[in-house]
Design a protein around this ligand. Structure first.
Ligand code: SF4
Length: 312
């Protein structure tokens, strides 16, 4: 029986479903890109930890790659301590709820599912979010349940029901080991559908679209490509608030550009974190959230000019 979708769900199917005009990926490209990255690391090999255990590896994730390309000062010390807030925990709760909903044998009301997700996350002491969730008072918790239920309901209304035949993988880890396991590039995919070469990687986002979201997904496509030798067919950001879908077909050009970005960022990250290189400051909007902006004359000057231009 043919599935009937509402217009919003059909839009997702049309954007992410199979198409016949898939870009050709040359045989041997994965080996070539991996070799390029490995070669670029040779000048910084002496700086790397020995990789004898998980802790003794140089670790970089998508945020680190983005930060080192943004402002090197921010990469080194600008992020500050991560803190869970009402705003940033919503994504984790909704992801968890989506994850569970895919494997439910009987549908549950959205509020019950969100309640259950919050309870599970609260009780999981291995997750830092639990420390935040258990401190919420009744009002804050109820508010969070309401907001997350709203996002989750919108997702179920606008995203096509995910079938088992699509081989969904939720919150699956991706990793690329380099330099004889002395470097690990890691990440987590919110949702992957299908098997390579028909795989589609989807990141769920709350908040505004950003160019960095494209870069994150290209990095994930590259990691998958280097691990499996087959690239995903497509990557997409799915915005939970607006239900917008920003998708991109994975081509040779995109894989080459993602490899170059990773290669340059990785070498520079090692030079900065392990080699004590002088950071190049690139003031930008990021300065507003930078933990060291009060001690950064470059950032302060940028912010002062920006505030003046905006009439503050
Ligand atoms: S304040 Fe701005 S320029 Fe200075 S380190 Fe932070 S992000 Fe970079």
């Amino acid at each position: 029986m043919t599935e009937t979708y509402n217009p919003a769900q059909q839009k997702v199917i049309d954007m992410l479903g199979r198409s016949s005009d898939r870009p050709e990926i040359p045989t041997g490209l994965a080996d070539e890109l991996r070799a390029d990255i490995e070669n670029s690391l040779l000048p910084v090999m002496h700086l790397l930890p020995d990789g004898s255990s998980y802790e003794k590896r140089f670790f970089l994730n998508k945020q680190g790659v983005t930060n080192v390309h943004s402002c090197e000062g921010f990469f080194i010390g600008g992020q500050g301590e991560f803190e869970w807030t009402h705003a940033n925990c919503k994504g984790t709760i909704v992801h968890k709820t989506i994850e569970v909903s895919i494997n439910l044998r009987q549908p549950m009301p959205p509020t019950d599912l969100v309640e259950e997700s919050i309870s599970r996350l609260s009780n999981d002491s291995s997750k830092s979010i639990s420390e935040f969730l258990i401190t919420l008072d009744e009002y804050d918790r109820a508010e969070l349940v309401g907001e997350c239920s709203g996002l989750f309901t919108r997702f179920t209304e606008c995203f096509p029901p995910i079938k088992n035949a699509w081989i969904p993988q939720v919150e699956s880890s991706l990793a690329l080991n380099l330099a004889g396991n002395r470097i690990r590039i890691g990440g987590k995919v919110d949702l992957a559908l299908g098997r390579p070469p028909d795989k589609v990687i989807i990141d769920f986002k709350t908040g505004h679209p950003s160019l960095a979201h494209h870069d994150d997904l290209r990095l994930y496509a590259l990691i998958d490509f280097l691990a499996l030798g087959q690239a995903p067919r497509k990557v997409a950001s799915y915005y939970l608030d607006s239900t917008d879908v920003h998708q991109e077909d994975i081509s040779e050009t995109i894989l080459r550009s993602a490899a170059r970005r990773l290669q340059d960022g990785l070498v520079r990250a090692i030079e900065l974190k392990l080699g004590g290189a002088e950071p190049v400051l690139r003031p930008a909007a990021l300065c507003r959230w930078c933990a060291i902006s009060a001690d950064c004359p470059t950032g302060l000057e940028y912010l002062a000019q920006k505030n003046e231009a905006e009439g503050w």
